[in-house]
Design a protein around this ligand. Structure first.
Ligand SMILES: Cc1cc2nc3c(=O)[nH]c(=O)nc-3n(C[C@H](O)[C@H](O)[C@H](O)COP(=O)(O)OP(=O)(O)OC[C@H]3O[C@@H](n4cnc5c(N)ncnc54)[C@H](O)[C@@H]3O)c2cc1C
Length: 306
């Protein structure tokens, strides 16, 4: 660890982290951006709800455009995984394996990881995602399954609410339990009955692309659907926030104030890792607010002048 601390270290180069990088670099601040290359956006075959792209945009292309925009202002993504984060006095210490960096502020934009169906082969997962046979975000792409044959892989409250949401797009809808029988209380069962959503027992396995559908085994035989939505939860990547003493919800989302500052002064968070809507527009909006708040916090500590 040598030299002066950076003004800000951004952890994560998805839509949130890269938006913040563009803002902070354009504020003439010294920043670093560390990223281990697993953005949820890289799973998007084509986003049709991201404003400004009437023909849609591929997730990796969007990330590439944002990386290029950040790089034009000197903000280069560094491919490093951050393994620890701590604060001592007013300085943050960011550890990547055997290297440590320090900064006046940190922005966490580490996102979440969707749980995949158990037993699905990597190649099948990739092909099904690319073909829109496997989808993870009904708010993003429910429109694309309008009037199609759709399965939600899940059960309980989460599976029920995802199926209810998708009922707004199609009537040919089944809730399939990923393991054995469904785990549904009377309220969930009544909601599913009222909406005409079929229930199918698991376990599920043998996922394969068959024709233009994704097929898999259930307790009631082999079935095929135009699209399958896993509703199996996700891992929220907030462990660095917790290591640094920031408050999180029971589920692990980072709690923030109106300007995206966590309960640790100088530590900010934006995007999917924060409580709220998991969408690109939201991640970008939060990152813009967080970056400006970071700039204003630094300006209270020293004049930011040319
Ligand atoms: C299949 C699919 C389709 C989707 N479609 C849409 C859509 O059409 N429209 C839409 O608005 N949203 C869509 N989304 C959601 C969208 O991808 C997310 O809301 C968005 O990517 C969140 O951005 P983020 O920057 O918060 O997190 P991410 O994009 O997940 O980026 C987080 C980054 O942090 C890095 N990171 C994590 N931990 C560390 C660490 N310890 N050290 C270094 N780096 C770290 C990761 O490698 C990753 O690059 C979709 C998601 C999926 C899965």
């Amino acid at each position: 660890m040598t030299g002066a601390p950076d003004d800000c270290i951004i952890i994560g180069a998805g839509p949130a982290g890269l938006t913040a990088a563009i803002y902070l670099a354009r504020f003439h601040l010294s920043i670093r951006i560390f990223d281990c290359g697993t953005s949820r956006a890289s799973w998007i075959p084509t986003s049709h709800n991201h404003a400004g792209f009437p023909d849609g945009i591929n997730g990796n292309e969007l990330l590439e455009r944002m990386r290029e925009q950040a790089a034009r202002y000197g903000a280069m993504r560094e491919p490093k995984k951050v393994t620890d984060l701590s604060k001592d006095g007013e300085a943050f210490f960011v550890t990547c394996g055997n290297e440590t960096f320090y900064a006046h502020t940190v922005l966490l934009a580490t996102g979440v990881v969707n749980h995949r169906p158990k037993g699905i082969d990597d190649a099948v997962h990739q092909q099904a995602l690319a073909a829109g046979l496997l989808r993870y975000c009904p708010i993003c792409d429910g429109y694309e399954v309008t009037d199609k044959k759709v399965a939600v892989l899940g059960t309980g409250d989460h599976g029920t609410s995802e199926a209810q949401f998708l009922r707004g797009y199609t009537s040919d809808l089944a809730l399939v339990s990923p393991h054995g029988d469904h785990d549904l209380d009377d309220t969930c069962s009544a909601k599913l009955d009222e909406a005409g959503i079929v229930r199918i027992a698991g376990p599920c396995g043998g996922f394969a692309l068959e024709g233009k559908q994704l097929a898999f085994d259930t307790a009631e035989g082999r079935m095929a659907f135009d699209s399958v939505y896993p509703a199996l939860g996700s891992t929220i990547r907030s462990e660095l926030a917790q290591a640094c003493g920031a408050k999180t919800t029971e589920e692990g989302c980072i709690k923030v104030g109106d300007h995206l500052e966590t309960s640790v002064p100088g530590l900010f968070a934006a995007g999917d890792v924060v409580v709220g809507l998991d969408q690109i527009s939201h991640a970008m909006g939060q990152a813009g607010v967080a970056a400006t708040a970071i700039r204003n916090r630094l300006a209270e500590q020293r004049p930011l002048r040319r």
